[in-house]
Design a protein around this ligand. Structure first.
Ligand code: XLS
Ligand code: MG
Ligand code: MG
Length: 397
């Protein structure tokens, strides 16, 4: 432990003020994949709390069954929860987010809230209500819904409109459950396009935002976007997050990395898409995002336990390095002068519809000769700007 601290004790060393969190399932990942068994021993949840705290993390998230086994007796459950709360207390850690495992048990092989089987749908509600109780008991203010197996392999199996309605019914029901119990809990819906199903409902941030507007309590519900999930589709994650932020809907975020469109890789944050994730951190830091910086990722399968802590430290350090790079970007005279030049322009034209619509404004705009051929001659200097950004990121400025 001392060794880790000494090795990383510089301005990028994470502290609790950075609000970094990890799921129990992330550092606890044992490296099982579809082609191979576990490669690392199981870590006790109380030990994970201790280690994460020592590394500078602030929070630990969980699925119900990351902590309490699926078939635990009520007595066993209470004992596990007591020990876990003690560890949180001992190591000054919080639980910023909790969620339900609605994908591991075979009962959920055709989905949970959108399963064709009404008994499975009702069981999913029961499991989620119990898991919400657990999350609230642990002090979690955010409850995540990732639709693990909410989707299809055989399109013929389900009417997709029914599936959307079923999902809405479940979220509406659970919103009322939260209100009825006086819980201070907000929901964050996490989109993903596929895996483990061949197609998952609500595949992107945009789909989720549109769905939220149709709920009974949209004010309680936001999104939990994940880097890898949008990159699986080749989408621009920064733009998706910006849209969620601008709509006041970024309740939580899952940070990791991904090598382009393929299965969900959950790689160490910032290990692949350096430029894009720099702009993500810049966006989060500058747009007043105050929520958790949660890493939903895991160490390479090649790693032993030490590799897991190297991975966790790496996620947090890279975030802080991007944060410092964003500060330098904003303080760089050449970059800022260029940006100012790029974003300036004809002040009369800039004011034309700043006051919104009026007949007079419409007529004024319609009457102007904008000389589009002249405007088209402009060079926007983005090559220069982008190169300066690259040089800053590569450490030469
Ligand atoms: C899986 C999801 C999952 C959720 C939590 O791909 O990212 O880890 O974040 O259930
Ligand atoms: Mg996730
Ligand atoms: Mg994921």
């Amino acid at each position: 432990m001392t060794q880790i601290k000494e090795a990383t004790s510089d301005q990028y060393t994470p502290t609790k003020a950075d609000k970094f969190s990890f799921g129990l399932w992330t550092v606890g990942n044992q490296g099982r994949d579809p082609f191979g068994e576990v490669v690392r021993p199981e870590l006790q949840s109380t030990y994970i709390v201790k280690k994460l705290s020592e590394l500078g993390a602030w929070g630990v998230n969980l699925h119900d069954n990351d902590l309490v086994p699926f078939d635990a007796t009520p007595q066993k459950r209470d004992q596990i929860v007591r020990d876990f709360k003690q560890a949180l207390n001992d190591y000054g850690m919080v639980v910023p987010e909790a969620t339900t495992d609605l994908f591991r048990h075979p009962v959920f092989k055709d989905g949970a809230f959108t399963s064709v089987d009404p008994s499975v749908r009702s069981f999913a509600l029961q499991k989620t209500m119990r898991s919400i109780d657990l999350g609230v008991e642990l002090g979690a203010p955010i409850y995540v819904f990732w639709g693990g197996r909410e989707g299809v392999d055989a399109e013929a199996s389900k009417n997709p409109v029914d599936a959307i309605k079923r999902m809405r019914d479940a979220i509406n029901f659970l919103s009322e459950y939260v209100l009825d119990n006086g819980y201070q809990l907000r929901f964050a819906l996490e989109p993903k396009p596929n895996e483990p199903r061949s197609d998952t409902y609500f595949p992107t941030i945009g789909h989720m935002l549109a769905f939220i507007a149709t709920l009974d309590h949209p004010e309680m519900v936001g999104v939990n976007p994940e880097v890898a999930h949008e990159h699986m589709l080749g989408l621009n994650f920064v733009h998706g997050v910006a849209q969620a932020l601008e709509a006041g809907k970024l309740f939580h975020i899952d940070l990791n990395d991904q090598k382009g469109p393929r299965y969900d890789q959950d790689l160490r944050f910032g290990s692949e898409n350096i430029k894009s994730l720099f702009f993500l951190v810049k966006l989060l830091e500058e747009q007043g995002y105050t929520g958790p910086r949660h890493f939903d990722a895991h160490a390479y399968r090649t790693e032993d336990e030490q590799g897991v802590w190297d991975f966790a430290t790496g996620c947090m350090r890279t975030y802080n390095i991007f944060k410092e790079k964003a500060r330098r970007f904003n303080a760089d005279p050449e970059i800022q002068a260029l940006l100012q030049e790029i974003n300036s322009g004809d002040s009369v034209h800039a004011a034309l519809f700043s006051g919104g619509y009026s007949k007079a404004a419409a007529n004024q705009i319609k009457a102007i000769d904008f000389q589009p051929d002249m405007l088209a001659r402009r060079g926007y200097k983005y090559e220069k700007l982008d190169q300066l950004t690259i040089e800053l990121l590569l450490g030469t400025r």
